[in-house]
Write a protein that binds this ligand. Structure first.
Ligand SMILES: [Zn+2]
Length: 394
């Protein structure tokens, strides 16, 4: 390994362990995969694309990340206004796409002789890092907000990390930990760090391989820090540069309207993304009002003829229920955000009924069912009434 990192914005190169460029923008790995065809062989995890990754020798749990199903969800076509498929990231070992980045992070840590890894998260990323550190015997420092629920503490804590509640500006903590990240102390892998984006770009590689030799017309993601969005763009650029895809899918980023800094910048035609005032959203995993890779994600949407849109709380919950009742998929509300966004784009004429669109459902809904309504017809019956109940079914 020890490939250099590079800045998408100014082109400056940095050390492999650097996370942000001196211009202020986030870095990613400058890899030039020497491939001329889709990978062969039976490997089904994300390591199928090891040629595209800065590390190649995962062990144990890290070797199991990715390789998630792409589910054709034809019963959602009318709802979404196009031909819809869902990339089911809830099928990852800890139930979210975060495992892709964590798998790369812990594998790099082992290669670099790092003892402590760390992350700043109160949800999926904290669970994922703690689990992957446990899986390969690394120490893990998890920094969470001080108002985190006991249920979340148990969900993260079961994997045995060192967990610290942080009293103070949680947004600033991202930058403070990036500044202090070091292989000698704690190697922090936050939302959009180069190791994490390297792993997360495999979502796009898997989607495109499933469509080969074609490409989907568009890929839609929920956007928070902008890390996964940036990674998706990077993966597509590498596939294009390697000659494996001819056209770039359009990239649609979707946010909750009550916390939509990237969508605001897109609407206003701004060149950079700024911190915005925000409120709590049911899409709790994407409530980031000051995204560290916001400007990079904004650039990706513009350069792929995509869009950044935001959706209301009601639209998010409606799409969550639609995924359950029309596709059989239990996702967290933030993972229903892309479906709500695609539905909106289709209604506005930006997506055609014949378009193939992949919504990335980033995390399972089974961890917290607070926002899932029962759609079932529920009643209690006497055992002796069974024949009557069966005969009376509509
Ligand atoms: Zn730069």
């Amino acid at each position: 390994m020890e490939d250099a990192t590079v800045c998408y914005a100014c082109g400056a190169r940095s050390e492999a362990t650097d996370q942000r460029c001196s211009c202020g923008e986030p870095l990613w790995y400058d890899l030039d995969p020497q491939v001329d065809d889709w990978p062969d062989g039976d490997e089904q995890s994300m390591w199928r694309f090891a040629e595209f990754l800065p590390v190649s020798d995962p062990s144990d749990l890290a070797a199991a990340a990715g390789g998630t199903p792409l589910v054709r969800t034809s019963r959602l076509d009318d709802y979404g206004g196009c031909r819809l498929s869902v990339k089911h990231e809830g099928a990852n070992p800890t139930g979210s796409f975060k495992d892709r980045g964590s798998a790369v992070a812990v594998t790099a840590a082992r290669e670099r002789g790092v003892e402590w890894v760390g992350t700043v998260s109160h949800g999926n990323m904290a669970m994922s890092m703690a689990a992957h550190a446990a899986g390969c015997g690394l120490e893990c420092l998890t920094l969470v907000p001080d108002d985190i629920s006991d249920a979340r503490v148990r969900a993260i804590g079961q994997f045995g990390p060192t967990l610290r509640r942080v009293d103070g500006d949680y947004g600033r903590l991202y930058y403070d930990t990036v500044e202090r990240s070091s292989p000698e102390t704690v190697s922090f892998t936050n939302s959009d760090s180069p190791l994490r984006t390297a792993g997360q770009k495999t979502t796009a590689l898997e989607i495109c391989e499933a469509f080969a030799p074609d490409v989907p017309d568009a890929i839609a993601l929920p956007v928070s820090s902008g890390g996964h969005a940036s990674a998706t763009w990077k993966g597509l650029r590498e596939l294009r540069d390697a000659g494996l895809i001819d056209a770039m899918p359009r990239l649609f980023w979707v946010q909750a309207a009550v916390c939509d800094p990237i969508a605001q910048a897109y609407r206003e035609g701004a060149s950079t993304v700024s911190r915005v005032e925000s409120a709590e959203t049911v899409a709790y995993s994407i409530g980031n009002n000051d995204p560290p890779s916001g400007t990079r994600a904004l650039t990706a949407a513009r350069e792929t003829d995509g869009a950044v849109v935001s959706v209301t709380e009601d639209e998010i919950l409606d799409a969550t229920a639609a995924l359950s009742t029309k596709a059989g998929l239990c996702v967290e509300p933030s993972s229903a955000v892309p479906l709500a966004g695609v539905r909106k784009l289709a209604r506005e004429g930006d997506v055609a009924p014949t378009d193939d669109v992949v919504c990335v459902a980033t995390g399972t809904g089974f961890k917290e069912l607070d926002y899932h309504e029962t759609s079932a017809d529920v009643a209690t019956i006497e055992l002796d009434d069974l024949d009557r109940v069966l005969s009376e079914l509509p």
